[in-house]
Structure formats: C-alpha cells, structure tokens
Design a protein around this ligand. Structure first.
Ligand code: HEC
Length: 155
C-alpha cells in the first residue's frame, strides 16, 4: 500500500514534482463563485492526489494500487466536460476560450482519460515498469496540455 515513506521517496522524482506543481499551484485559491467552480476544483484536486498516489505506488512496486489510482484519474477525466460545460469565466482560472473551443477542451479531457486508461491497462498487465517519473509524466503531459491552453494565471 501507499505509505508516507514511499511518498517521500517518490517526491524526489521530477515526474512526481511536476504532479506536485500541478497539484499545489493554486492551493488556497478555491474561491467558489456563482458557478460550479468548487466542483471543478475538487475534481482537479482529487486528480492531483491520485497522481501522487500513482507515483508512490509505482515507486513501491504496488501494481494494483497504481491501477486503482490511474482508474480514478480516468473516471474523473470523464467528468471534466460536464463539470465545465455550464460554467463561465469568472473570478477563477478558467479561460474564456474553454467555452469558445469546447470541442478541443473536451478532446484534451479525452486525451487525459486515454493516458490514464493506458497506464491502468499496463498496470493490470504487469507492464508498468518501476519508474514513477515515466509513468506519472505520461499522464501529467496531458494535464499540462490542457492547463497551458485553458488555465489562466492565478487569481
Ligand atoms: C481538459 C482540461 C484539463 C485537464 C485535462 C486537466 N485540467 Fe486541471 N484545470 C483545468 C482548468 C481549466 C483549471 C482552472 C479551473 C478554475 O480555476 O476555474 C484547472 C485547475 C487545476 C487545479 C487547481 C485547482 C484549485 O483548487 O485551484 C489543479 C490542482 C489541477 N487542475 C490538477 C490537474 C491534474 C493533476 C490533471 C491531470 C491528472 C489536470 N488538472 C488535468 C483544466 C484541466
């Protein structure tokens, strides 16, 4: 299982550091506005937590925990379009382009889901390897692609 000791070990890896940077980038700025911003951020934060769990599981050689973490990310990724669909730009980091390019935004959520599904499948097949940086980075690249396009600066 995932332990604090394993987590501090994985914290040394750049891939996990990326996940941490993504995860902690806006801690404390969860200002819920008149839309579903709070739900969106809760989903995002839970994925940040699952990324950390994934890195710890890979470092610790726990394939079933890695599979579970990747499956959680996949399930959350599937909810992203619905969480954002009826939202709007406001006092948050969601860029207005989300709603003018919603098909592309959805494609980026699907890319995250596909990456997480692939990691879960590899974990199930015992093909994940033991490099947390590679595994977390594979998913993290798709987080970053969407943030780069659709997440604005801290507010
Ligand atoms: C399809 C686009 C998209 C994908 C994919 C995506 N995000 Fe996000 N994320 C956003 C947007 C947009 C925001 C800003 C939301 C806001 O402030 O309204 C955000 C915000 C966040 C936040 C800040 C939450 C807060 O409380 O301020 C974290 C953490 C985060 N994302 C983590 C992740 C992680 C980890 C992944 C990948 C496992 C990921 N995101 C994938 C679009 C995405």
């Amino acid at each position: 299982m995932f332990t604090v000791r394993k987590f501090s070990k994985v914290g040394l890896f750049a891939g996990a550091a990326l996940a941490l940077a993504v995860a902690f980038g806006t801690v404390g700025s969860n200002n819920v506005s008149a839309d579903d911003h709070g739900d969106r951020n809760a989903a995002m934060k839970s994925m940040g937590g699952a990324m950390k769990a994934l890195g710890g599981a890979v470092a610790g050689g726990d394939a079933s925990a890695a599979q579970a973490a990747a499956a959680k990310i996949s399930a959350t990724a599937a909810e992203i379009p619905a969480l954002f669909k009826d939202g709007k730009p406001g006092a948050n980091r969601s860029k207005a382009e989300i709603w003018t390019n919603f098909a592309d935004f959805t494609a980026k959520a699907n890319a995250l889901k596909a990456a997480a599904d692939s990691v879960a499948a590899d974990a199930g097949a015992g093909k994940l390897g033991s490099d947390p940086k590679a595994v977390v980075g594979k998913i993290g690249a798709t987080c970053g692609a969407c943030h780069k396009a659709y997440r604005g600066p801290k507010v």
